[in-house]
Design a protein around this ligand. Structure first.
Ligand code: FAD
Length: 631
């Protein structure tokens, strides 16, 4: 079509967060030409907002740390639903990825003897998060962008064109992946500013689009996070796994209403902050589940000693994995022991001197001062759970990040498997680096094998993508996208939220069916020049598809595990642990589910755990033959 700008690349990376940039750098380093596409300005992605740090078992602060301990923590955190190969690669490779960042110019906080400093975080046995104050993601993105720029300078010297082999397309949204038979052939989208259509011809696409939070009302996510990559994958015929597993971060702001959901970093608790209810009680001591009892302090005295003497004391229960803390806060509020604005108190003021709070948590200090007029060095914060992260995502091969569609790769939050049913804080930044690099390599290797046989974009598919994108502009008097969006958010929040009940989830699925019909009639009349209603109408297709997967999987999994809590099935089931819920689209474009076995854990990895611990997760059959098992 004449009104579509056409580009040609080897690899198209959708997303310019940590995963996308790391993938792009790797593909370019392998000699491939790369386009990096992102919805917002270059440099503005969730990765930038990451505060706490990147988890990597470098052992700088506690020499007992190593990849095996990190692997163990990750599996425990994910309640053993993790893809064990991904958790292994991640634990082994994270230190190299952090050191590599330092080589590229990242300036991490240091220990007294000059090593990269590491901080404590929920679920991590040792201090493990490499960080830059509470602005780690900013430094990570700055460094990766700088690496992109150095490639561009190299290309300028060789080709007289900075963008000869790596180019950033900021403020572009991809709406469709295009296929040639069963192989990826390109991607279609529009420039947000003026609605100009764009076509990228490319044999390999890396999805690095991040999360889905905007389907929920209370969320830490920003406007871009409408599950686009998840939906693009589904529409191209790829599969998603375990979409029911959604992380509600325990500490979001609850007040004032305009900022409800904005994140309060876990570093506040990592650095000594404690949770109290309206009676002043540190209630988390009452919520330590059986599987974690051995690793957590039983008294406030022991918990407080842990900060200075972690080798001889156990961790405070405020640092349990996020799913546990979020559920506990939910229960306290429900029992009537919440704060005036429906949260609980997070207190750092009585725990650290004011100047220390300002030094360690500068962003938090400003966030509360500016948004809530609360001085966190003098008074407690009010916090409550907020939809934060999706563990579910594109089903990928652990080593190459390849999806089930040829030429389609996925890394970062949009990929599934790595975090099981619950992600540990800090494991995302490391995930982005480890699997971003692997996706870039995977894409480059795939192209090398194609040789001359490159797929072709079909004109009919481009026309169909155009027609689909234009529909909301042409509908004069239909549904308002803002109304449908806010009803969707309320539905997901109320009916498929942190605690799930069969009849509520079933009701949500019915509502989603109604939204689907209303989506056909979405109308955002006007021009294609910056028309946010039109953009939202297009994003809604994705949010509805993804929500359909989340709700159906939440109804199907009859157990509680990590980021999936069923009031009617409150315990973990060893049989369900073996099940990945795989989501694809049926002929009518609705989500359908299939059960697939979770990959088995190798014996050498199982042996990192005590059999008594494994028994809490696994069937006797699975454990047969392990040393320590009765014959
Ligand atoms: P993102 O960084 O989310 O980037 C996604 C990219 O995809 C963006 O560039 C976006 O514009 C683009 N995109 C999306 N859809 C499209 C489309 N249709 N077309 C074109 N481009 C598209 N994790 C940690 O490990 N430690 C932390 O301390 C931490 N703190 C966090 C704090 C906050 C407030 C939030 C929200 C998250 C935090 N996380 C943290 C989680 C972590 O930041 C994210 O999971 C991670 O950054 C995701 O990285 P990504 O590369 O997968 O995608």
């Amino acid at each position: 079509s004449t009104d579509t700008l056409t580009y040609e690349y080897d690899v198209v990376v959708i997303g310019a967060g940590g995963a996308g940039l790391r993938a792009a750098i790797e593909a370019r380093a392998q000699g491939r030409s790369v386009a990096i596409i992102c919805k917002s300005l270059f440099g503005k992605a969730h990765t930038v907002m990451a505060e706490g740090g990147a988890a990597a078992a470098m052992g700088n602060v506690n020499a007992n740390d190593n990849w095996q301990v990190h692997f163990r923590d990750t599996m425990r955190g994910g309640k053993f639903l993790n893809n064990p190969r991904m958790a292994e690669l991640h634990a082994k490779e994270a230190p190299d990825r952090v050191w590599e960042l330092e080589e590229w110019g990242a300036l991490f906080d240091r220990t007294k003897d000059g090593k990269i400093s590491q901080r404590n975080f929920g679920g991590h046995e040792y201090p493990r998060l490499a960080h830059v104050g509470d602005r780690t993601g900013l430094e990570l993105i700055r460094t990766l962008q700088q690496a992109v720029v150095s490639f561009q300078q190299k290309d300028f010297r060789e080709h007289g064109d900075y963008e000869a082999r790596i180019k950033v397309f900021a403020e572009h949204t991809i709406t469709r992946l295009l296929l040639d038979g069963d192989r990826i052939a390109g991607a279609f989208g529009y420039r947000r500013e003026d609605g100009q259509f764009v076509l990228f011809k490319a044999p390999a696409v890396v999805l690095a689009t991040g999360g889905i939070g905007k389907s929920y009302k209370v969320t830490s996510n920003s406007w871009e996070y409408t599950g686009d990559g998840h939906a693009l994958a589904l529409l191209a015929g790829a599969t998603l796994i375990n979409m029911e597993c959604i992380q509600f971060h325990p500490t979001g702001m609850v007040w004032p209403p305009s900022v409800k959901g904005i994140l309060v970093t876990e570093s506040v608790r990592g650095d000594g902050g404690v949770l109290r209810n309206s009676e002043g009680k540190r209630f988390m001591f009452g919520y330590v589940p059986d599987v974690f009892r051995k690793q957590y302090a039983e008294t406030e005295e022991e918990a407080d000693r842990w900060y200075t003497d972690p080798d001889h004391n156990r961790r405070p229960p405020e640092l349990l994995p996020r799913d546990e803390v979020a559920r506990s806060i939910n229960s306290e509020v429900k029992a009537g022991r919440g704060t005036p604005h429906g949260g609980v108190f997070l207190d750092i003021a009585s725990r650290l001197p004011a100047e220390e709070v300002r030094r360690r948590l500068p962003s938090m200090y400003h966030q509360f001062k500016e948004l809530a007029d609360v001085d966190i060095t003098a008074e407690p914060m009010e916090v409550g759970p907020t939809c934060h992260y999706v563990m579910g995502g594109v089903e990928v091969d652990p080593d190459t990040a390849a999806s089930s569609v040829l030429g389609l790769f996925a890394a970062g939050e949009v990929a599934g498997g790595m975090h099981g049913s619950n992600r540990l804080g800090g494991n995302s930044l490391s995930d982005l680096l480890v699997f971003g690099r692997r996706a870039g390599l995977g894409a480059a290797d795939y192209i090398a094998r194609l040789e001359q046989d490159r797929p072709e974009v079909q004109d009919a598919d481009v026309d169909a993508a155009r027609t689909e994108a234009l529909a909301p502009l042409e509908f004069e008097a239909g549904e308002n996208p803002y109304t449908v969006h806010s009803e969707l958010q309320q539905t997901m929040n109320d009916l498929v939220g942190i605690i799930r009940r069969e009849h509520e989830v079933a009701a949500a699925i019915e509502k989603l069916g109604e939204f689907r019909e209303r989506r056909e009639k979405l109308s955002a009349p006007g021009s294609r020049t910056f028309n946010p209603g039109w953009h939202l109408a297009l994003d809604l297709r994705n949010m509805l598809l993804v929500s359909d997967c989340v709700a159906k999987a939440a109804l199907e999994r009859q157990e509680s595990r990590g980021g999936h809590t069923r009031e009617d099935y409150p315990v973990m089931s060893a049989t369900w642990r073996k099940v990945n819920l795989v989501c694809s689209l049926d002929e009518q474009g609705r989500a359908k589910l299939e059960h697939k076995p979770v990959p088995t854990i190798r014996h050498d990895l199982l042996e990192l755990f005590e059999v008594s611990e494994l028994r809490k997760y696994m069937t006797e059959e699975e454990l047969a033959g392990l040393p320590g098992m009765e014959p």
